[in-house]
Ligand binder design. Sequence first.
Ligand code: SF4
Length: 382
Amino acid sequence: MDPDLDEAWVDGVRSSLVGWFRESARPLPWRRDRDPYRVLVSESMLVQTTVKAVVPHFERFTARFPDFESLAAADVEDVVKAWEGLGYYRRARQLHAAASRIARDFGGLMPDDPGVVRDLPGVGRYMAGAILSFAFDRPQPIVEANSERVIARLLALRGDTRTGAVRERIWQAAQRMVPPREAGRFNQALIELGALVCSPRRPACLVCPLTSYCRARGAGLEQAIPEPRVKAPPLAVVEACAIVSQGGLVLVVQRGSGGLWERFWEFPTVHVEGADPGGRSSIGPVDLSSGLPLLTGVQARIGSSVRTIRYSVTKHRVELRAHEGEAVSGELRPGPGLIDARWVDPRSLASLTMSSASRRLATWVAKEALDREGEAPGRASQ
Ligand code: SF4
């Protein structure tokens, strides 16, 4: 327990923060009730993704899978498909696994025992605290990026907030501050203050409900805490993929298990240059003409690059060059790291699970195919 956090200070922080939250909280869809299912889904989606991006995904996902039982009954690949666009797809698999255990072992109801909650797939220290406090009002602490920053500033903690001693002090302070009642509201208020007021670069101390309690503000250190993290520059990568067509169909492959984008579909892709982010090193670096038969069994005439997609993944900044290709010969045979290779109608690409970068390309391919159909002789006059 932090000896500095006396009763009067803690009480003041609690009441000021909760009072501010009542007035200022955003009406987010997962705050309409305290349903543990909606807490788990929203918190799983909010990992590394902004609130604005999550809202429409959350609405669609919970309309399709409204509770633990419906999610558990779904095919995990359908769940991953419904997760498309959010990234961190392992979270979708963990969410499905957690729902399956809750449906099987707890009759579809989230348990409220901290040890059991913590043992669910994908549930760590933060997630357990969020579920137990938001849904059950248990006085469990939470520390994520926003609350971590607020607490570090309130206590004027110097040092790297991600490392042992400082991090543990933040967790201890969070434990000390969380009230015995209205714990969920308090924890959500801490996160909301970090998101709306105590922002990373320019904390709005003049309108902050905690100004008089904040030691960093008192010492003029609010911009210096937490210490800025030095980010390594992203690793540059070049990949190339082939959009190979044959008789109006286009060639796609499905990745295997393990690594990034497990079981996702994409156009056959080779790693050309730089550090390989996607585990394609078994067929790269290699040019497309040589890599395509290794990946798919198909030989093709590869044309020049028709489109370039840039995207970031983990520590990499990737340039994906897409080339059109025309199949010449060969039998379909998925190569290293792949479990399927198929010819598909471009209109059916939307039904395949893909990463955001592949989806951008697939959308373009489908549109090009439709445009070509529209321009076919005999169509224009219809
Ligand atoms: S006073 Fe400023 S630094 Fe302190 S918690 Fe409020 S916004 Fe953050």
